[in-house]
Design a protein. Structure first.
Length: 441
């Protein structure tokens, strides 16, 4: 893509609230915009992060402290804007950032260029309970989801939907670090559901229990895109997860750009009916029995593997947003099917394998060697610290394990379900026998 297409007078500000030092999506955005000649500022914690070593970072800015309100985040962003001294394109890189920017859009608009999406919409789609409601209203397939309001109901719902059953906190960006709580876990026991519900106040949002859709080859799909001012979705496409970390339930370690008209149509219908504008990252799981694609997550920001969809014209979602908000034309799509994206620290052997259709690595790049060189010593120290924490035992661990916790199944079901809130279109489940299971496929 010619650099002349971009208005390089307009810088970009990337905002990330979470403290993950190995967020390769942030590095992808830094490189994508920096290579186009855009001045890139990053508001994120740089401690132990390879991102800060990129030659395309103009300046790292300290993020708001953990637990900051949306108003405090807006104050921090206005402070950064004052230092830059000209309007900038603002791109949230995690859900907490996207929600905060959505809430304070009116306060930020004078200093930042932002997509014209409804103010409350980023928060609605990021909230797992709200998303289930939206899917039911729009007739979009979604796993059967129940919201218990007591420990006993949590135990009953776990047996009604499974086991196993997926447990999610409605607003995962509120889950505090250092507590051992995870945003999503797979449970195989009603007792574990009861115990997890008891930590609802600690998690900061309601617990949801969701029917488990088994993983398998070519069942996990995602869609990335940018909905421009007209509502057209540009700069992305559908992809399939080839390897995950952890296996079967985690982030994309290896992904492939794979045309899929059904996923494409679902994504475009969602953005149209919701009036969504901006970058989106959708996660789907296909039911192996029925072939239906169930929407699992709607993330109102770039996905970590968004660079998979850098097309033959050089367009990706962050470049699409910068071009659109600076009123520059977007090039025609030039898809590159079968292109792959590999995260080296999670799939090192795949990073060495040749790919006829092309491959992009998350950390290593010939024109930006600093992050790749910094990755391995930092990653080694990170993994060594996790191992030491586990050897000391759960009571002294400094951080939760890097994968969903799977617990053992209880031998007997609890009593039937009563009084549960159904947020995904299920019929009333009151009084059903304990051995009658819901099927979301």
């Amino acid at each position: 893509m010619p650099v002349s297409l971009f208005d390089i007078r307009v810088p970009a500000v990337l905002l990330r609230i979470d403290r993950n030092p190995f967020h390769h999506g942030t590095l992808g955005a830094v490189r994508s915009l920096g290579r186009a000649g855009v001045e890139v500022h990053v508001v994120a914690d740089s401690t132990g992060s390879p991102v800060s070593r990129s030659r395309f970072v103009r300046q790292m800015h300290p993020p708001p402290p953990p637990g900051s309100s949306a108003r405090d985040i807006a104050v921090a962003l206005r402070r950064v804007a004052a230092r830059i001294a000209r309007p900038a394109v603002l791109i949230p890189m995690d859900d907490a950032s996207a929600v905060a920017v959505g809430r304070t859009r009116a306060d930020l608009a004078p200093a930042y260029l932002l997509p014209d999406t409804p103010t409350a919409l980023p928060e609605r789609v990021a909230d797992k309970s709200e998303l289930a409601d939206l899917c039911a209203a729009l007739d979009v397939p979604h796993p059967s989801t129940l919201v218990p309001d007591s420990p006993a109901q949590a135990a009953s719902a776990a047996w009604r939907l499974g086991p196993p059953v997926v447990a999610k906190w409605s607003r995962p960006w509120l889950v505090p670090t250092g507590t051992g709580l995870r945003s999503t876990v797979v449970l195989r026991s009603a007792q574990e559901a009861r115990e997890l519900y008891a930590r609802s106040a600690e998690a900061g949002s309601p617990l949801l229990l969701q029917a488990f859709l088994p993983p398998g080859p070519e069942l996990d799909w995602f869609f990335h895109g940018y909905a421009d001012r007209t509502g057209s979705v540009r700069g992305g496409g559908p992809g399939v997860k080839l390897q995950a970390w952890p296996r079967g339930a985690g982030l994309t370690a290896v992904g492939r750009w794979t045309p899929n008209p059904r996923v494409q149509a679902l994504a475009e219908r969602l953005t149209t009916e919701l009036g969504y504008r901006g970058i989106l990252d959708l996660d789907f799981r296909r039911c192996a029995t029925t072939g239906r694609y169930h929407l699992l997550d709607f993330n109102p920001r770039p996905g970590a593997q968004f660079r998979l969809f850098a097309d033959g014209a050089g367009l990706d979602v962050v470049r699409a947003q910068h071009l659109d908000l600076t009123h520059r034309p977007l090039p025609d799509p030039a898809p590159l099917p079968d292109r792959e994206f590999v995260v080296e620290n999670y799939a090192p052997l795949s990073a060495l394998r040749p790919s006829a259709a092309g491959r992009e690595l998350a950390w290593h790049a010939a024109d930006d060697r600093g992050p790749g060189r910094a990755l391995w010593p930092l990653w080694t120290r990170h993994v060594s610290g996790r191992v030491r924490d586990r050897l000391r035992g759960p009571d002294t661990a400094a951080a939760p394990p890097p994968h969903p916790h799977v617990v053992h199944q209880a031998p007997a079901p609890p009593p039937g379900v009563s009084g549960l809130t159904d947020v995904s279109g299920l019929s009333d489940v009151s009084g059903l026998p304990g051995d009658e299971k819901a099927s979301s496929c």
